[in-house]
Design a protein around this ligand. Structure first.
Ligand SMILES: [Zn+2]
Length: 337
């Protein structure tokens, strides 16, 4: 199994130590990958800059220019989202690097890959950087691959809804967006009836989850709704917006997922399409972030005995049955569920 790892020390240069989305996230992770020996069995790949022109097919020139302007001195784009000197190029390396990994995988030069990138991307809309995200790495890769007639499935397991990714593909049927997320929570989108518009109706699937929901309920939603839709969509590539703030120990979260759910996602999506690329989004508890990433990578490598001791008591509630019924009703017109 050839699994690519996209990483560069340049991703550490976009940094603000007093902000939860800082370079320590990657430092902890790369240290764990090295000390556990996982790093040595991965194939390293260097990032590559995405051009202004390629960025502007997804993001408005005004939005890109605001990042370029803030990059000159270092500035904040909103209350949550900082830009350092050099962040413009670092964000372009993250987005261009992810696109490069996806191309290698889709061309069969590698089996799958993990993009250990910063800054994250899934909140960046077509017109606005927000929520720690400058440009939408996953949406840029999916958009450029779709121009080569590839069908892309994006599955987002971050605790926050990927409002940017949803908005960018809301009217399109060549990129399918699926998300599980805490609701209500930042950024406020991702209701169950947000299913796309025009050609894109049925191609956005949201599973908003209540506080404290854990593995059992999520596995049920995946098996009843997400996997059957993914199978019928027949993607050429699956990109996972890999946010680990959905883990129970994350300080920005509120769900109760254990570390073992992340490799479970990969293992099951692999049965639908083995070409999978994961791209880092959130996750702010350094210790658990690095463990969860290591487990997701282990499952990309095809390891079966990935489970670690991370159990949390969770009671199945009525909510999941109601949510599944709702999703069937809303999406049953487009997919056989
Ligand atoms: Zn998040």
């Amino acid at each position: 199994m050839k699994t690519l790892l996209l990483y560069s020390e340049k991703f550490l240069l976009h940094n603000n130590d007093s902000h939860p989305e800082n370079a320590n996230r990657l430092i902890h992770t790369i240290n764990l990958l090295k000390s556990s020996g996982i790093y040595d069995i991965l194939s390293s790949i260097d990032p590559q800059l995405i051009s202004y022109e390629d960025l502007s097919e997804v993001h408005s020139p005004d939005m890109i220019d605001r990042v370029i302007e803030a990059d000159k001195t270092g500035d904040w784009l909103d209350l949550d989202t900082y830009v350092c000197k050099g962040s413009y190029d670092i964000a372009r390396l993250a987005a261009g690097g992810l696109y490069k990994v996806c191309k290698e995988v889709i061309q069969g030069k590698a089996d799958n890959g993990f993009a250990l990138v910063r800054p994250p991307g899934h909140h960046a809309t077509s017109t606005r950087s927000m929520g720690f995200c400058l440009f939408n790495n996953v949406a840029l890769a999916a958009h450029h691959l779709s121009k080569e007639n590839k069908r892309i499935l994006i599955f987002d397991h971050d605790v926050h809804h990927g409002n940017g990714t949803q908005e960018i593909f809301y009217g399109r049927d060549d990129v399918l967006y699926q998300s599980i997320h805490l609701f209500p929570h930042y950024p406020g989108t991702g209701k169950v009836d947000e299913i796309g518009e025009k050609h894109g109706r049925g191609f956005t699937v949201n599973a908003p989850l209540t506080h404290g929901i854990g593995d059992e309920v999520v596995k049920e939603i995946m098996s009843e709704i997400m996997f059957p839709i993914a199978e019928q969509f027949k993607p050429d590539l699956i990109i996972i917006s890999a946010g680990f703030d959905s883990h129970h120990a994350d300080m920005l979260g509120g769900l109760s997922l254990t570390a073992n759910i992340y490799p479970w996602f990969v293992e099951n999506f692999r049965k639908i399409q083995p070409r999978i690329v994961c791209s880092l989004e959130g996750g702010y508890n350094y210790e658990w972030l690095s463990k969860c990433i290591a487990l997701e990578i282990k499952s990309l490598l095809g390891e079966k005995d990935y489970e670690i001791n991370d159990e949390i008591y969770e009671e199945k509630n009525e909510y999941s049955d109601r949510l599944i019924r709702n999703l069937r009703k809303l999406l049953g017109e487009y997919w056989s569920l």
